[in-house]
Design a binder for this molecule. Sequence first.
Ligand code: ADP
Length: 415
Amino acid sequence: MTKVDTIILLVLLLALNISLISFLLVLMINMYFRNRREIQKRKKREAELEAELKIREKRIGDIVKSDNERFNYLNSVFTAMANGIVLVKSTGKPVFLNHVGRKFLKVDKSVFFEKNLAGKKDFYRRVIRHCIKTYDTRQAETFDHQEEGKTYRITCIPVYDRYERKRCLGVMADITDLTSLKQMEEARQEFVANVSHEFRTPMTLIAGYVETLAMWEDLDRENKKKCLEVISYETKRLERLVQELLDLSRLDQSPGQDKNLSYVDIKGVVNKIFWSLSGLADERQISLESDIKTKPDVLKSNEQFFYQMLFNLVENGIIYNREKGYVRVSAWNDDSHIYIKVKDNGLGMNENEHTRIFERFYRIEKDRNSKHGGNGIGLSIVDMAVRRMDGKISLESEIQKGSEFTISIPLQAIK
Ligand code: ADP
């Protein structure tokens, strides 16, 4: 190979190298720009994803917040409820118990972590057993439970998924304390029975004597007189009974309905009562005495209730007394209360009667009352009137020695 050939070969090789290097350079530059574009694209995508993530995070935050609010709201509703609420899973495991539910069932929050019912009170076990049964049958059921003098009504209802209607999530037991309702119902039934009984006796007597009077021609003067006397006496008894029942119902009404509240003229009321009862007192030779030391304009109250309260006590003092006995009314006040005392030296009563006599229709021995036709309502009217004035009544009494009723009424609490 000549020198020229060698030079040409070298030049060719150099040119080949240069073009190879140029090609590689172009390739690298191309790759560089493509990578840069790719990176930029990815960064943009990442920024977009981040923004979307933030929006979603906010949305989830909002949902959680509103869920928490809703949960708090539901929790306050369940806490404020007078009923006990228990939510139970299919297995009988409790998932929620409101405060009242825990109180009724005598359990604490540890029930959520316990595996079985061992050691739990009967009531709780019974509720859980009924919940499991309700879950299995998918039938709501109601039962009553009695414990320690209280009556509860429990209703178990299956709870279904909101979105998947057929899916039963568990059972809710709703527990109502029926005790006071039951007591009210019993008291109402007893009251109706008592009233009917009280009406029946005088009405039967009146009907019987009216029938006898129908044979007017055959009756002598003596028998006619007796019939009319009985009818008149029993009619008055009925009248008195109706009046006392009306008084009771007036006192039963809510205090907000007291309209004519003004200062009670205590001395005036006592004088009026003494005047009304003077005939009865004279008949039995009972002296009526008073010692009123209250300041004027000290007691603001419903004068009619005050009058009824005192009238019944004085009247009883006369009736359940002996001949030539006395009934003494005294009254005085301090800065906070007014005190009224009605004392007699009559028949008195045993200590075991002291609270019972304030019950409606309660009488001591029936023959004590038969002479004046008492219905056993007088002292329950007194008791209600005293309570209506936020006051208290106490009694000291001894058989054959006499009775002393003391009433205290707070001066500022008069409704
Ligand atoms: P009644 O209208 O039958 O008199 P009350 O409610 O006024 O009914 O009285 C209930 C019972 O209390 C009466 O049966 C009577 O025996 C007894 N009682 C009430 N006040 C007196 C009193 N001052 N002394 C003795 N017993 C009384």
